[in-house]
Each structure stands twice: as C-alpha cells, then as structure tokens.
Design a protein around this ligand. Structure first.
Ligand code: NOJ
Length: 555
C-alpha cells in the first residue's frame, strides 16, 4: 500500500484517550464533570498528544451502571450539559486536530427507557418485541457477567407474566436485535450522532448483542451480517467513521468480528488477549507470554486495527488466562481479596500494582506505545493516577481527574460530598499526583508519556507494520521489531530487575546501518553481519530506528 493511500485511515496510527465526562472537569461547580468543562480541557489533551477522544456514555440515564444504562439514545444526560455543549466539544476537538468517538450501548437499554416501559406494560405493546421474552427461562442458563449482583440472566416481570433477558444487570433488559425494527433504530441513533460530528463509536458488548439467546422464533441466521450492515451504513454516512468493538474473546473468534480478512465488520478491536498476556509477562518477568500473544494475532485486513491498552474503565479482566496463571497475576498485583472483583479481575490502576516503581511504570507505557496497533489510554494514566479502594467495585478506578493539588484535585469547586465519586486519597492523591505539577516537570511521567506519543506518531510502522521477535538470550527481555515498507523500529524492554546486555542480529540490514535511539541521545552502528550488543538497565527500555546509510528520515 502506498503512503498516499493511507492518509484517510486515521485510526491506524491514532492515539485514543478514554474519559468519563462526569469525572473529568466540572466547569460550573455543581460537583459533576460536564461537557463545557471538557471543552476547556481539550487543549491539555491536544498538547499531550491525543488524536482521538473516546467519550464514555453521555446519554440520559438513571446511572445505575455509570451511564451504560441508557434511557434515551438521542439526548445528553442533563447533568453533563446539552446537545449544544456536545457539539462545542466536538468542534473544539476538531479545531485542535482531534477526533471524537463515543460509546454506543445497544445490547440493552435501561429499564427506564420508554421502549421498555411500554414493552412491559402489555404483551400487546408495539415495543414488546424490542426485548426478549420467555414464559420460562431455558433449563441451561448462561453465566452471569456480574456474579456479585445477579444470579440469573432472566428476570420475571410480574405485570406481563413473562421473563425478560438481561445479560448484564436486571435493570438493563437486552434489546432483541433479531427484530429488524430494533436494528433500524440502532442505525438511526448512530446516524444522529454522526451528523453531530462523531468519527465513530466504541461499541459496547458486541458478542452479547449478536448472540440470539432465547430468541428462536425469528430468522436471524447471519448476525455478522448486521455488523456488516452497520459498518457499511457508517461508511456511507461518513466515509471514514470507525467502529471500535468491545469483544473480549480468543483471537480466532475476534477475527470473525473484524469480518475475517475482508475487514468489513468492526474497524478496530481491543486486544484483550495481548493485554492479559502482558500482565502475566510482567508478573513472571518473562516476555514469552506477551510475545506469543502478539505472534498469534490472526491476520486482519490492512485497514482494520488492533487497539492496545494497559487499563480501561472496567476491571482488569484476566478471564482468558488459565486459573493458575490468573492466580499468579493476582499474587503479583492484587493479592488482597478486596483488590479483586468477580473472581476474574483486579480493580486497581497500574501504578499501585507496580508499587509505584517509576522504572516499571515507564517501562510498561514504553511497551504499550511500541507494540503494533493503536494505543488507547484511560484518563489519568498519563500522570500515574491510582485507584480509590474505598469506592465500590469497578468504580474504584473511575475517580475524578487530578488537575492540581487544590480542593478536589482541581476537578470541582463543590463540596466533596457532591462529587459522583470521591477523589483518591493518600500517596496517589492530588497532593502527589496531579497534571499541573507534572506538566511543568520535564522529568515527570506526563512528560514521558507525551514523548512516547510523539515518537509513536513519528513511526508509522507502529500503526501499519508487521511484528517480529528478535532472538536473544534473556527470558525477561522482549526484543521486537515492527517493520513497514522501509521503516523499522527496534524495541527492547527488560521486564526484570537485572541489568542485561542484549546481543541482537539484524542480518537483513543494509551494510553500514545503525540503530538510532529515539527516547534518548545516541546511536549504535551494526557490524558487517548486522550484529550489535545493547545494554538495558533494570526494567529498562529502548526504542531505536534502523537507519541505513543515506536515509533521509528525520530521527
Ligand atoms: C461493558 C462496559 O465496558 C461496562 O462498563 C458495562 O457495565 C457493561 N458493558 C454493560 O453495559
């Protein structure tokens, strides 16, 4: 593919930043973050190096699942502002060269959505068939997603005398996507937000809404056809809009959600498998699990993309590891039962998991940005925010953004009791971790993450290229290359505490080539056989560009 063909595929080397408007910045002092506040902080994000915002749900909601319980697909939660404020955010972001995507949650609605209210009011409601009803739950029940709160995915509705399906909480009845009217409504809602300037959606719980559990009376023989339809609808409406899907499945199954190598379903998928393998690698100080996960990624269409991440807004799920592997990660990064959740994950952010060790924290973000794919940050990662363990469940990692060391960490001037989630206290609180101080400090994590973002953008091979592992003798070291056309990044990461000297061979390198460091000064020539020996300190990392004689590339 020629570079001129790649310009429109903005997601291939974007930098995503996920945030919850409610906890980002409160502009009017009522205690709740708002869209006007976000608009004021767009310059901060542009300056950091973000190129695409991902907004967690902004829709009207009873807020029993942090907005993932939507009661109107066409509005804005009044606590966050208005549609006008939303457009201001999108416009301001565009002005700074940034795109915006938002969560779209179509597996279910809130039980307060007018469709469900109507559906449960009578079996003859025109909306009855928007949901999934049964006289009796099936004998074989699927597992619940939130075992701390639910014991069945079927709930009896007294009034209409039938059970409805809810794969998540019982206040989130599943939509019936086998109903063509529901599918049309989903497309219409997407069309609405695209007209307001969104560049696509983070699509919640994709495998759940494609599953036709409990509905056998309708012909819906090709659920993936629905994803194909949505993708082509998006293409028709925007040309370059994307669908970034939440599909936490094994790699082979994920490939189907890309539309195989045709690439006509989801544009991007989070690489949950590599993420989980990375934590296993970190726990063992052994690069092998992560290397294997990346090498095992299935082939995808060149215009599709993997989204790489260290943490997201949910539990750090470890559900795809074996029981023994999960226990290893728990033992290393969350040994106390209260750090764990649902028997499968951790409700912690990265820095506390690594005991606040700045070398390890930086090494992990260096790794993230050097992997093939498009990195996604969760707000506050750039300054090393911790969690608030006193907040229930997954909300522990969704505390207010820490802007400065003042009241409520500069998030809001309201009384602390008015905030949606309490600010982190103690060693990770705003007195020690805040954006204002770190922006002024060239040695801070913020400055380092910003440097990684610039280097990532300098290296299109990271978005487009092929991954390979270089042979070397240290189990703790990941030595990898990402190569695209004539560009090649060589990266080294030491997952262990022992300083090492790493012999490498790049036999295909042109004679006279050298490795130019990208995160530090200096360059190292390869010998006539393409060999080189490089040192790495304890938990060290290096990014190097392979530069041939006469190469005019700016490094
Ligand atoms: C996935 C979201 O990431 C999670 O936060 C939410 O609770 C469930 N979907 C249900 O909507």
């Amino acid at each position: 593919m020629r570079i001129t063909d790649t310009a429109d595929l903005w997601w291939k080397n974007a930098i995503f930043y996920c945030l919850d408007v409610e906890t980002f910045f409160d502009s009017d002092g009522d205690g709740v973050g708002d869209l006007a506040g976000l608009a004021q902080r767009i310059d901060y994000l542009a300056d950091l190096g973000v190129t695409c915002l991902w907004l967690m749900p902004v829709y009207p909601t009873p807020d029993r699942d942090d907005g993932y319980d939507v009661k109107d697909f066409y509005g804005i939660d009044p606590r966050l502002g208005s549609l006008g404020d939303f457009v201001e955010v999108v416009r301001t972001a565009k002005d700074r060269g940034m795109r915006v995507i938002a969560d779209i949650v179509v597996n279910h609605t809130s039980d307060q959505h007018p469709w469900f209210k109507s559906a449960r009011s009578s079996r003859n409601s025109p909306y009855r068939d928007f949901y999934v009803w049964r006289d009796e739950p099936p004998a074989q029940q699927q597992e619940v997603v939130f075992p701390d709160k639910e014991d069945s995915v079927w709930e009896y509705d007294e009034k209409s005398g039938q059970y409805y399906l809810h794969q998540f909480y019982k206040h989130q009845p599943d939509l019936n996507v086998t109903n063509p009217k529901v599918r049309d409504e989903i497309a219409k809602a997407m069309g609405f937000w695209l007209e307001l300037g969104l560049s696509g959606f983070r699509v919640d719980a994709v495998p759940f809404f494609l599953a036709t559990n409990g509905v056998d009376e309708h012909a819906f023989t090709d659920p993936h056809g629905f994803l194909r339809d949505l993708r082509s609808f998006l293409g028709r409406r925007t040309g370059d809009g994307i669908l970034l899907g939440e599909v936490n499945l094994e790699h082979a199954d994920q490939q189907r959600f890309f539309g195989g190598t045709d690439g006509d379903e989801l544009t991007m998928l989070f690489d949950f498998i590599a993420m989980q393998a990375m934590y296993l690698s970190l726990a063992r100080a052994d690069a092998a699990p992560l290397a294997k996960a990346l090498l095992d990624r299935p082939g995808i269409s060149p215009d599709c993309q993997w989204a790489t991440f260290v943490r997201n807004h949910d539990e750090l799920t470890l559900d795809k590891l074996s029981d023994a592997e999960r226990e290893e990660v728990f033992a290393a990064f969350g040994p106390e039962p209260e750090m764990q959740v649902y028997g499968r994950g951790l409700r912690r952010r990265l820095p506390p998991m690594l005991d606040g060790d700045p070398r390890r924290i930086r090494m992990v973000y260096s790794l993230l940005f050097s992997l093939p794919g498009t990195p996604v940050l969760f707000y506050g990662e750039e300054i090393g925010m911790g969690e608030n363990p006193d907040v229930e469940g997954r909300m522990a990692v969704r505390t207010p953004m820490q802007w400065d060391d003042g009241k409520n960490g500069g998030f809001s001037t309201a009384a602390a009791s008015k905030l949606p989630v309490p600010v982190v206290e103690g060693g990770y609180g705003p007195a020690h971790v805040n954006a204002q101080a770190q922006r002024r400090d060239p040695e801070s994590l913020h400055s380092f993450v910003s440097l990684l973002m610039r280097r990532y953008r300098d290296c299109p091979e990271l978005g487009w290229g092929a991954f390979a592992v270089l042979d070397q003798p240290h189990a703790a070291v990941l030595a990898h290359t990402v190569t695209w056309e004539d560009a090649c990044l060589v990266a080294l990461h030491n997952l262990g505490p022992e300083p090492v000297s790493v012999p490498l061979a790049l036999p295909d390198a042109q004679e006279g080539s050298r490795l130019v460091d990208l995160l530090a000064e200096g360059s190292t020539p390869l010998d006539e056989k393409g060999r080189v020996e490089l040192s790495l300190p304890s938990y060290g990392y290096r990014w190097m560009r392979l530069v041939a004689p006469g190469d005019l590339r700016l490094v």
